[in-house]
Design a binder for this molecule. Structure first.
Ligand SMILES: NC(=O)c1ccc[n+]([C@@H]2O[C@H](COP(=O)([O-])OP(=O)(O)OC[C@H]3O[C@@H](n4cnc5c(N)ncnc54)[C@H](OP(=O)(O)O)[C@@H]3O)[C@@H](O)[C@H]2O)c1
Length: 243
């Protein structure tokens, strides 16, 4: 029985990813804070797909627990997916150091710490994959959200280095650069066009993982948009207020 581990399993996106892997016969380790709140969801996966699902409490802020977290995992997972994230109020994060710490912990240093612990074990069997969910906000700093953006940027760079490091270890690392997840609120035309529902994003993530893609932009249009945004000269970029 092969396991997939999802770090930050409580969001709609993460639950859809969990459902898709379970439908393919993978058992799951689902982690998060107050993870017992997923009890009903995990029971439905067990009943629908006959897989094993273990819920493991994990607070990324508690760095001292990260190594011990491995003790809770009896069978090393084949795949690890990191879906945690925290989008702070930018202005608050500029003046409140707790907020900036929460942001970097949820988006970058926490996932990197857990992934590092898992990689040490995965290297011993030279098999597996890691998926990290990052953001278009990490591609270039903007006034609107550069605290969040810089934490995602750190995570994107971490994943790039990890991919390079693990290439000859038969462990594949995929970076997902996400634009918007479509929500229930009124979205304007542009946001609607460039966003996708959690289920569609989850399906793309799994199918791209199966194809062993390195970097995936979701939706695909973001690859070209961010190419342009990254290449705007700084003397122009600093003068514009990109939403
Ligand atoms: N929503 C978007 O439009 C969008 C756009 C680009 C990228 N993304 C990325 O896509 C992923 C999923 O996004 P989402 O909007 O579905 O996320 P979400 O609903 O905000 O869920 C994020 C998850 O991260 C967990 N988390 C945050 N801080 C944590 C910590 N210190 N320790 C453990 N877990 C922690 C949360 O757990 P709690 O419930 O315990 O807080 C929650 O389950 C994230 O990586 C996000 O940055 C989202």
């Amino acid at each position: 029985m092969e396991y997939i581990l999802i770090i930050g399993a409580k969001s709609d996106l993460a639950k859809n990813i969990a459902d898709i892997y379970a439908s393919k016969g993978y058992s799951l380790y689902l982690t998060g804070r107050d993870i017992k709140s997923l009890s009903k969801f995990s029971e439905s996966l067990i009943n629908d797909y006959g897989v094993d699902v273990k819920l493991i409490d994990l607070d990324l802020n508690q760095f001292s627990t990260h190594k011990a977290f491995l003790d809770e995992i009896a069978i090393l997972p084949l795949g690890v997916i990191c879906a945690t994230g925290y989008y702070p109020n930018q202005l608050k994060a500029q003046i409140d150091n707790k907020e900036i710490l929460n942001t970097t912990t949820a988006n970058f240093t926490g996932p990197a710490s857990i992934i590092n612990c898992l990689v040490e074990e995965m290297k011993k069997i030279k098999k597996g994959f890691i998926i990290g969910i990052s953001s278009v906000s990490g591609e270039r700093g903007r006034k609107k959200n550069y605290i969040y953006g810089s934490s995602k940027s750190g995570f994107t760079t971490f994943l790039s280095g990890l991919r390079n490091d693990l290439f000859d270890q038969n462990i594949h690392v995929m970076t997902v650069i996400l634009g918007f997840i479509r929500d229930e609120t009124e979205m304007n035309f542009v946001k609607k066009t460039l966003s996708a529902k959690p289920r569609e994003i989850a399906q793309s993530i799994v199918s791209n993982q199966i194809k062993c893609k390195d970097i995936v932009y979701l939706k695909w249009q973001w690859r070209y948009i961010m190419f342009i945004v990254r290449n705007i000269p700084e003397f122009i970029f600093k003068r514009i207020n990109i939403k």
